[in-house]
Design a protein around this ligand. Structure first.
Ligand code: ZN
Length: 285
């Protein structure tokens, strides 16, 4: 019997100010551009897809009214760190303290369990991963195999069993990696973010189709600003690559995401949250 295929749609709910090049700029920009979050949720709701919302803890407490209706509608809340900082740059005990407090605050505020984590910049190592396990998280989704990603260090998952390509498990704790496809002999992420948006769409669609034909797990992620209808503010001191990153592929991105969803449907993928997938896979182990 063929294995079921699962697709997980996620968003890293963060302010535009948290975007790497904006946070490094010396020009203060003070806009969230969270209307892109609403756009994305509208797309998911149109297709009756429940997503996992990896939210920066300090931001979540600022926008409870924006998040609550979506949680009542079946989307799941997870953490994208307390502040939008790479975990590997935070001392382990400080990380533990902040995360424990943030998890507890959000669970009380939203009355939902917080089970998952995604590191800003996919910046995770085994020491910080252990903190997640100690605090009762059941999964992390920070594993990326792309040598050029900023702030990332290779996550040593040798103690984990790869239960499906890209999904790793150790004692019922899951590491959900991004989806990658081989491109010129290297792993290239096909999971969203800049990797999908900045690429030529026809080319990326072909890559994703090749991936979907072979694989039975796919994950997509987005930043709210990528679907914002507002003009993206671009500080004067940004380098040309950063300007390109903030401008390229925005106009039709919502449409491309719809096409991607239709591709997944055509390839018989079932849409689940990471929380559901954790349950589904735990029962099979
Ligand atoms: Zn982020």
């Amino acid at each position: 019997m063929k294995r079921k295929k699962y697709a997980v749609f996620t968003i890293d709910v963060e302010s535009f100010c948290d975007t790497d090049c904006i946070s490094r700029s010396s020009h203060a920009i003070n806009v969230d551009l969270l209307d892109g979050f609403d756009e994305y949720l509208q797309i998911l709701d149109r297709h009756q897809i429940k997503g996992t919302l990896f939210t920066v803890g300090s931001l979540a407490t600022r926008i409870p009214d924006k998040l609550k209706p979506h949680l009542l509608n079946g989307h799941r809340l997870a953490l994208h760190n307390y502040e939008h900082l790479p975990p590997i740059q935070i001392p382990v005990e400080q990380f533990r303290e902040q995360l424990q407090k943030s998890k507890q605050t959000l669970e009380e505020l939203f009355q939902v369990p917080i089970e998952g984590f995604r590191a800003p910049f996919f910046s995770m190592d085994m020491q910080h991963l252990q903190v997640l396990r100690d605090l009762g998280f059941t999964y992390d989704s920070s594993h990326i195999r792309f040598r050029k990603a900023r702030h990332t260090v290779p996550l040593n998952l040798s103690d984990f069993k790869e239960v499906r390509p890209g999904i790793f498990c150790n004692n019922n704790f899951f590491e959900f990696g991004l989806s990658h496809h081989k491109l010129f002999g290297h792993d290239y992420p096909v999971s969203g973010g800049g990797y999908v948006r900045l690429s030529n769409w026809q080319f990326m669609k072909t890559l994703i189709k090749q991936y979907l034909r072979k694989q039975d797990y796919y994950v997509f992620y987005l930043h709210p600003f990528e679907l914002s209808k507002h003009k993206i503010p671009i500080p004067n001191d940004l380098k040309s690559y950063d300007r390109y990153y903030l401008k390229r592929g925005m106009r039709n991105y919502g449409n491309h995401i719809e096409q991607l969803i239709n591709l997944l449907k055509k390839h018989n993928f079932e849409f689940v949250t990471f929380e559901e997938l954790t349950q589904l896979l735990s029962h099979k182990l």
